[in-house]
Design a protein around this ligand. Structure first.
Ligand code: HEC
Ligand code: HEC
Ligand code: HEC
Ligand code: HEC
Ligand code: HEC
Ligand code: HEC
Ligand code: HEC
Ligand code: HEC
Ligand code: HEC
Ligand code: HEC
Length: 318
């Protein structure tokens, strides 16, 4: 009887904890939806009149440095956009209507201040003009955006270190400042020559996001990113090595760097092949029994040379 009671008490507390957790889980959800509503009303622009805007020339006297950097950047071109008017022109296209600030410089309450804004608000601000085109289509949902990496983590309209694309740093240092693991990979003995300037991270990745995994670019035909430069591996071949097409190059190669020649995943090619070509692996035929132990000493690719596919032989000999 006593034991049953203790058990019941435990169950009661367990139940209570579950309910408590459930209740605790609620407020953020409701807060989030409240936030969403607030945001909506904030982004549905408060009515601004042309007289709320002062124009870029009005800023020049007091913010000479910012004015110069703006004038020398591609953003001066916004002044040509007479169609959408002052809300899309000059300084105020990014900082918001500033006539009241010009009248009273200490009043910065209506300005959009990037240093104080959230990543989400910054992205939204820039995407007013940069959301179109294949390059930026996914920007709002990119892994960067979702992890609070904003446009201004990589770009600076006023203090760019690299004039082209207004980058805060040039590649690959820009990317390495956050991606240390990849820095180590490109330092391996065999690597795509990114550090040497032959390729860039952005040849393979779109930092603004893609529809596919790992923000990887695809070719125009939506094929794997690798075919852009290694077209000879694409085929079509009469005899495809199914794994190349289905699982991709990464099943055998490390795309960034590797301790092994040809960026191979394993130092021993045979072990790589035998990962799939054993009798226990369902999709690939096991290596035939005459491939006896010599296989350990003779590379599989010594005979199966056309490992990416062949037009002449089903076993990729030629
Ligand atoms: C008469 C001088 C004057 C003019 C004209 C002026 N500003 Fe300012 N601005 C200031 C001063 C002073 C501050 C600092 C205010 C403060 O922090 O209290 C400031 C602050 C700012 C800030 C915030 C800077 C920060 O460090 O956060 C922005 C953005 C800004 N101004 C944009 C503009 C724009 C855009 C215009 C033109 C439409 C403009 N200003 C015109 C004097 C001026
Ligand atoms: C493309 C958007 C954009 C435009 C156009 C723009 N700014 Fe900025 N401004 C920013 C961002 C982003 C920052 C934060 C610093 C940075 O990343 O460069 C900033 C920062 C500032 C600051 C704070 C001090 C500083 O240098 O960091 C001032 C003042 C300012 N801007 C004024 C201006 C003036 C004046 C103009 C027009 C001549 C202008 N801005 C045009 C985006 C813009
Ligand atoms: C992780 C870093 C990173 C972030 C975050 C980022 N960019 Fe970029 N952006 C780059 C790099 C690198 C380039 C140049 C190489 C390229 O074209 O991909 C570039 C190029 C651009 C270009 C010029 C090229 C083109 O095709 O239009 C624009 C415009 C641009 N970015 C806008 C944005 C905007 C807007 C955001 C925020 C929504 C943003 N970027 C976020 C790194 C970044
Ligand atoms: C009012 C519209 C507008 C806004 C807002 C805007 N841009 Fe731009 N941006 C432009 C135009 C126009 C160009 C020039 C395009 C061209 O040269 O064809 C440009 C060019 C760029 C480039 C390419 C530079 C190059 O060297 O090719 C980058 C990067 C960029 N913007 C980033 C940003 C970022 C980051 C923000 C937010 C802080 C932002 N833009 C906000 C209109 C805008
Ligand atoms: C030759 C094309 C190529 C280049 C150049 C490249 N990457 Fe990658 N990257 C890939 C591929 C392919 C994957 C997916 C790997 C997988 O599926 O296992 C990837 C994956 C990633 C990942 C996800 C984590 C991981 O390692 O799987 C990050 C982060 C990354 N790359 C960052 C970078 C950075 C930073 C640079 C430049 C310093 C860069 N990449 C250059 C092809 C490339
Ligand atoms: C300000 C920090 C920062 C910078 C700069 C930055 N990244 Fe990232 N990146 C992140 C974060 C955070 C994530 C999401 C978490 C993760 O997957 O590591 C991410 C994710 C990625 C991914 C997807 C990783 C995956 O697991 O699928 C790739 C690819 C990538 N970044 C490439 C780049 C490239 C290329 C550059 C330079 C042009 C760059 N990043 C610059 C912070 C950054
Ligand atoms: C089944 C494993 C496997 C897959 C999948 C694979 N490779 Fe390979 N790859 C190899 C092997 C093994 C070598 C080394 C060949 C040798 O030693 O002769 C190699 C060599 C290479 C080389 C250097 C030598 C040459 O033939 O040019 C390149 C480039 C290459 N692969 C690119 C790719 C690309 C691109 C893909 C994806 C389309 C891919 N590989 C998919 C196994 C593979
Ligand atoms: C922007 C062009 C480009 C893209 C995209 C690219 N590569 Fe490469 N790749 C090269 C170049 C150039 C070399 C030769 C590098 C050198 O000589 O250092 C190379 C070398 C290689 C090698 C080693 C060849 C050898 O003989 O050792 C392999 C393997 C390889 N790439 C696989 C891939 C894979 C897998 C992908 C996709 C994830 C890919 N590459 C995407 C340009 C590219
Ligand atoms: C990730 C799994 C995987 C790896 C690694 C792999 N293969 Fe394959 N291989 C396959 C699949 C799947 C097929 C297609 C089987 C089919 O068509 O029924 C195949 C087919 C083959 C064939 C043709 C078999 C036939 O149908 O006549 C040969 C030969 C072959 N592979 C050799 C190799 C060699 C050599 C290596 C190492 C360089 C290798 N494979 C690495 C999965 C793999
Ligand atoms: C000395 C040359 C040689 C070496 C080394 C070699 N093979 Fe073969 N492989 C062959 C021959 C010959 C055939 C049979 C062709 C036939 O019967 O049509 C074959 C057939 C295959 C097949 C097709 C089996 C089927 O059922 O269609 C696979 C898979 C295979 N080898 C994998 C491997 C793997 C994995 C290695 C390395 C561990 C390897 N081979 C090493 C010569 C070789």
């Amino acid at each position: 009887m006593r034991r049953a009671t203790t058990f019941d008490v435990m169950r009661f507390f367990l139940g209570l904890t579950v309910i408590l957790l459930f209740v605790l889980a609620q407020p953020p959800a409701t807060l989030a939806s409240a936030g969403a509503i607030q945001e909506k009303s904030a982004s549905s622009k408060p009515e601004t009149k042309p007289s709320d805007y002062a124009g870029a020339e009005a800023c020049k006297t007091c913010h000479e440095e910012e004015y110069k950097s703006w004038e020398n950047s591609p953003h001066w071109k916004t002044t040509l956009n007479t169609k959408e008017g002052p809300s899309h022109q000059g300084c105020e296209a990014c900082h918001g209507a500033a006539a009241s600030h010009v009248a009273d410089p200490s009043d910065t309450s209506k300005l959009f201040l990037f240093e104080k804004a959230s990543a989400k608000d910054i992205n939204q601000r820039c995407l007013v003009c940069h959301a179109s085109g294949t390059q930026h289509m996914q920007a709002i949902n990119s892994l960067h955006a979702k992890n609070d990496v904003s446009c201004t983590s990589c770009h600076s309209p006023h203090h760019a270190k690299q004039a082209e694309f207004l980058l805060v740093k040039s590649q690959p240092e820009l990317c390495y400042s956050c991606h240390l693991q990849q820095k180590a990979q490109f330092a391996m003995p065999f690597h795509h020559r990114v550090n040497e300037g032959l390729l860039q991270c952005s040849d393979c990745h779109n930092p603004h996001g893609t529809a596919g995994p790992h923000q990887l670019r695809t070719s125009a035909a939506q094929d794997a990113v690798c075919y852009k430069c290694h077209a000879d591996k694409q085929g079509p071949f009469v005899f495809e090595h199914e794994v190349v097409k289905v699982e991709g190059c990464e099943s055998c190669h490390n795309p960034h760097g590797s301790p092994n020649p040809h960026l191979m995943k394993l130092s021993n090619v045979n072990l790589l092949c035998l990962q799939c070509h054993t009798t226990s692996f369902a999709n690939a035929p096991g290596a035939p029994s005459f491939h006896n132990q010599a296989a350990q000493f003779q590379a599989c690719t010594l005979c199966h040379t056309q490992i990416h596919g062949s037009n002449f032989d089903k076993d990729f000999f030629k």
